[in-house]
Design a protein around this ligand. Structure first.
Ligand SMILES: [Zn+2]
Length: 298
């Protein structure tokens, strides 16, 4: 089932996605998805292209957004942020800068850790891998970040033949400690002060399915404006449960496909996430649109 809106989309400007920006606007037109939000991992580097595409497709409304992953005392969470300003506030720009640095640090840290364990994996190796699936313009802006999981794994296991199986790989990988993502207490207030709304993304694991005490604790800590109730990771029964929780606590409900690639792409990252496919209701969309404005372009 295709919905009339899709508020969770990644383009080739996300390190683990491949869809060109304009492709989503084309698909939106084809599938009568009237409202979309491009929500890159950790930044809005695609924004100039989003504005260009929005100009070419005036029939599609696009809400500026991003998906920011935050560290907190209760865990690490993906947060879909909608209604971000077209020019970031200085505070929000510092947040994006921190994420850019984080992505390069994670890549370098993993390379160093593997190399120290006797499996040489340099920054140049990562650059070559990134170039296999990412347009050069994204590398120019973002530098030598971490690499999409499957691409990296195939390289290390099948090409370099470092590890005969996942067990062997995991034994070495476990020595790498992922640096903390930027802190919730810095990131989320910056988003809100910039006029954005914060939603906890695909929360099935975050909420331990339907653990209300956990949901309350996360709502208290993260102060989110709403929940991504519909997403293909969330079974329909829980979509209803989360939406009822939203109503009870005066929260917004959102929905998105979390699409990362497209049919016919060279790499089918997250192939299960099909553009526009979720069971979210139009009234959820309308409630969000009362709070944030789509891009206005001439
Ligand atoms: Zn996502």
């Amino acid at each position: 089932m295709t919905a009339t809106f899709d508020f969770h989309l990644h383009t080739c400007w996300s390190y683990d996605a491949i869809t060109p920006v304009e492709r989503y606007f084309q698909l939106a037109r084809e599938r009568a998805v009237k409202y979309i939000a491009i929500t890159e991992h950790h930044q809005m580097d695609s924004f100039a292209e989003v504005q260009d595409a929005a100009r070419k497709y005036p029939d599609i409304s696009c809400i500026p957004g991003a998906e920011l992953t935050v560290h907190s005392p209760l865990g690490t969470f993906d947060m879909v942020c909608l209604g971000l300003p077209t020019v970031p506030t200085p505070e929000l720009q510092r947040v994006f800068d921190a994420y850019h640095q984080w992505q390069r640090d994670v890549g370098d840290g993993f390379s160093d850790s593997l190399t120290a364990a006797g499996y040489p994996y340099t920054r140049e190796d990562r650059l070559a891998l990134l170039r296999r699936y990412r347009p050069e313009k994204t590398i120019q802006v973002q530098g030598i970040t971490h690499v999409q999981n499957q691409v990296q794994l195939d390289y290390l296991m099948k090409e370099k033949k470092y590890f005969p199986n996942m067990e062997a790989f995991n034994a070495v990988r476990s020595s790498f400690v992922l640096p903390h993502y930027p802190e919730y207490s810095t990131v989320l207030p910056a988003v809100k002060r910039a006029g954005g709304l914060v939603f906890i993304a695909h929360p099935i694991h975050y909420f331990e399915q339907s653990n209300v005490a956990r949901m309350d604790a996360l709502r208290e800590l993260l102060q989110f404006d709403g929940i991504e109730c519909a997403h293909d990771m969330v079974p329909p029964k829980l979509t209803i449960f989360y939406h009822e929780y939203c109503i009870k606590h005066h929260l917004l409900s959102t929905a998105g496909s979390d699409c990362h690639s497209f049919e016919g792409a060279l790499y089918r990252f997250g192939a299960g996430h099909d553009f526009g496919r979720h069971i979210g209701a139009d009234v959820w969309r309308d409630a969000i649109l009362e709070r944030v404005s789509p891009l206005r372009v001439q």
